[in-house]
Design a protein around this ligand. Structure first.
Ligand code: 4NP
Length: 158
């Protein structure tokens, strides 16, 4: 048995029913495809608890399914212990990023907070747009940006 510590990554958005569970599923599939499943612990959370206990938004699930992903995550809010337990805490937009940095209890914890789009190598973009109040194209756009960002994130960790 390997005693190597896993790299733990927490993806964070507002409701934890669209963008961050999608990022979690994409990253999980990427590390599995790279034969690195055992080296990572991947989770997601939201900055509001409004959807706590719910599965992902049915629209996000449907678009994910068409791209070969299954979203099984149940929404949960960010917890104080997350700042201790995770190595990287990655927000989807500036609001997420700013709020996470304000919630971080220490400077060390604050340094764990990153922006998802900073890992993109194909898109020049500074946030993952919130698809909740929009149409189908918004959900497709989320998947496309997150596939780019997750690939860049994995490369940055190798
Ligand atoms: P997410 O999308 O942050 O990508 O999960 C949203 C989900 C719910 C709400 C807003 C955005 N809401 O206002 O309930």
């Amino acid at each position: 048995m390997s005693t190597e510590k896993k790299t733990s990554i927490l993806f964070v958005c507002l409701g934890n029913i669209c963008r961050s569970p999608m990022a979690e599923a994409i990253m999980q599939k990427l590390v599995e495809g790279a034969g690195m499943k055992e080296q990572f612990y991947i989770d997601s959370a939201g900055l509001i608890r409004y959807h706590e206990g719910e599965g992902a938004d049915p629209r996000m699930k449907q678009h994910a399914f068409r791209h070969g992903y299954r979203l099984t995550h149940i929404s949960r809010p960010v917890r104080p212990a997350d700042f201790d337990e995770f190595d990287l805490i990655i927000g989807m937009d500036d609001n997420n990023y700013d709020k996470l940095r304000r919630l971080a209890p220490t400077l060390e914890a604050e340094a764990k907070v990153k922006r998802m789009t900073d890992f993109c190598t194909q898109h020049v973009i500074d946030h993952v747009p919130d698809p909740y109040y929009g149409g189908a194209q918004g959900f497709e756009n989320v998947i496309e940006i997150l596939e780019d960002a997750c690939a860049g994130l994995l490369t940055s960790l190798q």
